[in-house]
Write a protein that binds this ligand. Sequence first.
Ligand SMILES: CC(C)(COP(=O)(O)OP(=O)(O)OC[C@H]1O[C@@H](n2cnc3c(N)ncnc32)[C@H](O)[C@@H]1OP(=O)(O)O)[C@@H](O)C(=O)NCCC(=O)NCCS
Length: 414
Amino acid sequence: MEIRTIREDDIVAWTDAMSIGFHKVPDPDKENQEKRIEHWRERAEFGRSRGAFDGDRCVGTFRSFATGLTVPGGAIVPVSAITNVTVSPTHRRRGLLTRMMRADLADAAARGEAAAILIAAEYRIYGRFGFGVAADFQKLRLDTLRTRFTPGVLAEPGGVVELVSPLEMTRVGPAVHEEFRRLRPGVIGRSALWWDLYTGVRSAPKGPEPARFHAVYRDPSGRITGLIGYRSDDHWDEMVPKVTLLVDQLIALTPQAEAALWQYCANVDYVNAVEAADRSPDELLTMLVDDPRAITSGSRRDFLWARILDVPAAFSARTYGAPGRIVLDVRDDLGHARGRFAIDNGPGAAACTPTEDAPDLSLDAAALGALYLGAGSPVRLATAGRLTEHTPGAAARAEAMLRTEREPWCPDWF
Ligand SMILES: CC(C)(COP(=O)(O)OP(=O)(O)OC[C@H]1O[C@@H](n2cnc3c(N)ncnc32)[C@H](O)[C@@H]1OP(=O)(O)O)[C@@H](O)C(=O)NCCC(=O)NCCS
């Protein structure tokens, strides 16, 4: 069984294998195959797209791409985003994923990418490779008939919501997102292709995104400080509108913009409920309405997983919530994060450097990944026996240093 990076003439077999892995029957249509080739030629970097081949047959897929991950403090760190991971049912549990993962992580580390990130289809797949849950997300549903927005809260007189065309969104969206991503650990970059596909200006071979409305929020000075994309389920029952508005994205540069966009959704005529699937774990929305019980939070789930590849680079790039110095001893079967490191948040810029000092805490690579963006709790990990405290109080000190004011959030699937 050979693992190798793919070439252009592998695209059809590689995407067929991916379909099989994700329970989709491969599309035999020749015209569509041409479209697929064109699409993936643009989308995939062949040097970091791998296949597992059994003779001529592609039975495994794996791809990574370079992006930037926002870390606490707003710096953007180069990371490897892993996606399109499949092994055909005929070849599962023979170590193919393990081989592709090891090869890809080694390449990413050699390129100087500080961490790898992914979204896990199943929880138990990636911990063994040193990935930990770095950011959660939640689904929200606001029953608009049961509550109203508390008058005056985050009101910004003169601010307006404007509907824009998909094409206009591709023009104005990227700049707003570039500013937005600095504000939240966990956000990743969006390419021009991302915007084209999301707005439906171009469609992927598997078909277009559902048509949606796009709108921007302008603050009283006219500056765009928020974006929204939404659909309506257009549901009526016996001449009574029972419409749910489905929010696909809502990002804001100010709390006022965020409040105005939620309020806009809730006030659209016919709307009984507003639903948003991929929201941050610490949404402002509950603070904006007079009856927070009108909001049901579906499941809060793991979303973004991180695997640290270069501990000093990753942990020097972020800021810390409290002064202090903490020495971590990291176990890592794959070696990338293994070693002893001091995180020193002294009077100057924070730094993380290798050290031989006695450790305050020891943990494995997956726990380190979970702590990276500020979501994970060293105290809880220690309590559960997943992190060892050598110096009394060190977990609490680490908690004060590593935790962030707002929880990390990655709004994008990849
Ligand atoms: C997930 C998937 C890629 C794993 O590929 P694979 O080649 O079978 O994985 P490996 O043989 O390298 O497995 C390595 C280890 O991980 C474990 N493992 C792999 N997938 C697992 C899963 N879904 N749940 C639990 N354990 C899993 C294996 O049991 C094995 O453990 P062992 O060494 O103790 O026996 C494959 O099952 C698949 O394609 N699933 C459907 C698509 C999917 O979910 N892709 C992931 C998208 S994020």
